[in-house]
Ligand binder design. Structure first.
Ligand code: SAH
Length: 569
């Protein structure tokens, strides 16, 4: 239940020093700097508004080094919606002021005090309860859940109006607070896991110290869990996590039940043995409900679900796009942020960074694809969150097929139980085409010229037929030191069916530093203009070019053949 690391967002180099001081407080926090204004940020962004809103919607705590007004106006459209409300702080560029803006129940004041202490100023705390009592009663620490927010607000305003309070049960975090305590008080903070109807004069806080183990074959898991807790007189708010057997890992019923109950789902080899092991830490004996469908264990202290068994492992095969951060899809960014392990060819792993100190990088040679795929499953089967990176799209001459092949070959149920997802990226052919205009605007085909994994005859045959069929073509892996002659031969085959003035686009390192884009013709193209970092796009018979104002050319293939109905035989 630890919060994700905050994003520190800056608009200019002037705030970089302050940003760095704040970053030191939060391992994993990244500095997001405005592109072209900030040199040396961890991430760059182009649009302040879109970036801030995206972070907010992903529930990422935000520390923005700019005027509070800018942050308020930027996030205003999102505030009417229900949903995530992460802490949002505005910090003066020079570090002289720290203003908590949003996320009172998500710990913004705690964050503000930490940042302010590091900058040696005081935080602009405006929350009355917090000012008076030194803690936000409505935001208990992790491991505890507030019963009812609306009743809680009323409770705090009664306290602020001068009433005193009793504390029932164990509330170690309130020992430091400056609450007006009085054993005879009408108001009571009640901490406990017993099911209880909240009274108007009570603030109920539930320790999350209850574990429910669910057996196989329970149809209505949330209903059964609620009923079992009710019969045991335990509040559902005290449920810390659901536990199930490893063999149930891929069960959608359990996954949905955990989501509905709002608790993590953890797995162990043998549920019975696990509950027995837990007896030491258990206050109330395990109670079994309905033919052992569910078993309840109550611990003395709040439970940390991350220390119980393991979660269902996840393996995501992701596409980074060609290289530029703004061409990476948001789902891929989110996946990189949640990863425990990142596997891939070193160049791509580096491209996917920076990473936090707790993330493990497994860099391998580009050729060890099957080995990498198997390693990824081994890690994910242990319950880790694993990412395999590819450049461009993972399904285009990259890792997705290798990962599926490894799974298909495996009989290990633990591998098949992994939560596997393939997340797409912008492939090099599409990124190159977009820069040139729309050379792939009509039917086209994609070919790898590498004969490492297929016979050269097949490549020749496909080239011949694709050229005959008047398809525009995208060549991946066009040439390398070990494959020096293949491109020349490929071009000869294409030239049998296509005119010398057919437009050709060469994109090198597209979306990466030092990218180049060149428009030439089939007749002028020679293999020495191409290397393994180049994308080769060959036009069809209808592909056209025209001048851009700056002197370069637009290339496009019209969507229709119009009156140019060519005979493709
Ligand atoms: N999965 C990748 C392709 C991997 S094959 C994708 O979808 O883009 C590797 C080949 O892709 C390279 O030999 C080159 O032809 C092409 N390529 C990859 N990234 C490129 C880039 N940024 N610019 C130009 N070509 C690129």
């Amino acid at each position: 239940m630890t919060r994700p690391a905050p994003a520190i967002v800056i608009l200019g180099n002037g705030s970089l020093a302050t940003a760095r001081s704040i970053q030191r407080l939060y391992p994993g926090a990244l500095i997001h700097g405005l592109d072209e204004r900030v040199v040396g940020a961890d991430r760059t962004y182009r649009e302040f508004g879109a970036t801030l809103r995206e972070l907010y919607q992903q529930d990422t705590p935000i520390i923005a080094l700019c005027a509070a007004g800018i942050v308020i106006r930027t996030l205003a459209p999102l505030l009417m919606e229900k949903g995530a409300e992460p802490p949002v702080l505005a910090v003066a560029e020079d570090g002289s002021a720290v203003v908590p803006l949003l996320g009172g129940l998500a710990g913004v004041n705690v964050l503000a005090r930490e940042v302010a202490a590091a900058l040696d100023v005081s935080a602009a705390i405006t929350t009355s309860g917090e000012l008076r009592f030194g803690t936000c009663l409505l935001n208990p620490p992790s491991g505890y859940a507030l019963g009812d927010l609306e009743l809680g607000k009323r409770f705090v305003s009664d306290l602020l109006a001068g009433e005193s309070v009793r504390i029932e049960g164990a509330a170690p975090w309130l020992v430091q607070a400056q609450l007006p305590e009085n054993p005879q008080a009408r108001l009571a903070v009640h901490v406990g896991h017993a099911e209880r109807t909240p009274a108007a004069n009570e603030l109920l806080i539930y320790p999350r110290n209850v574990l429910v183990a669910v057996g196989a074959g329970v149809v209505d898991v949330p209903g059964t869990v609620r009923e079992a807790l009710h019969q045991a007189k335990i509040a559902v708010q005290s449920l810390a996590c659901l536990l199930a057997a490893d063999s149930e890992m891929s069960s959608p019923t359990l996954r949905e039940a955990a989501l509905e109950l709002g608790v993590p789902l953890r797995f162990v080899d043998d549920v019975g043995a696990a509950s027995n092991l837990m007896r030491n830490a258990i206050e109330q004996p395990v109670s079994v409900f309905g033919d052992e469908a569910v078993a309840i264990a109550v611990a003395k202290q709040p439970l940390d679900p991350s220390s119980i068994g393991r979660p269902r492992g996840r393996l995501a095969v992701i596409g980074l796009g060609p290289g530029a951060a703004d061409l990476m899809v948001p789902a891929v960014k989110a996946e990189l942020a949640r990863a425990n392990d990142v596997l891939g060819y070193e160049t791509y792993v580096r491209m996917a960074g920076p990473f936090r100190a707790d993330q493990v990088l497994h860099c391998t040679d580009n050729r060890e694809e099957m080995q990498r795929a198997r390693h990824a499953f081994e890690l994910a089967a242990q319950g880790r969150c694993v990412v395999v990176v590819s450049s461009g799209d993972p399904g285009v001459f990259a890792m997705a097929a290798a990962v599926l092949e490894a799974l298909h070959e495996s009989r290990d149920p633990a591998w098949h139980n992994v939560d596997l997802e393939i997340l797409p990226g912008v492939s090099a052919s599409l990124a190159t085409a977009a820069q040139a205009g729309a050379p792939l605007g009509h039917d086209f085909c994609v070919l790898s010229l590498s004969d490492n994994l297929k016979p050269w005859d097949i490549i020749e045959k496909r080239l011949d037929l694709a050229a005959q069929a008047d398809l525009a073509m995208a060549f991946y892996n066009p040439i390398s030191r070990s494959r020096p002659w293949q491109l020349g031969r490929a071009l000869e085959i294409v030239a049998l069916h296509r005119a010398a003035d057919t437009p050709v686009v060469l994109g090198r390192d597209v979306g990466r530093p030092g990218q180049t884009l060149r428009v030439t013709t089939l007749g002028q193209l020679t293999p020495d203009q191409v290397d393994m970092r180049t994308m080769v796009l060959i036009g069809s018979s209808t592909t056209r070019v025209f001048a851009r104002p700056q002197g370069s050319l637009w290339v496009y293939t019209p969507r229709s053949y119009g009156d140019k109905l060519v005979d493709i035989n």
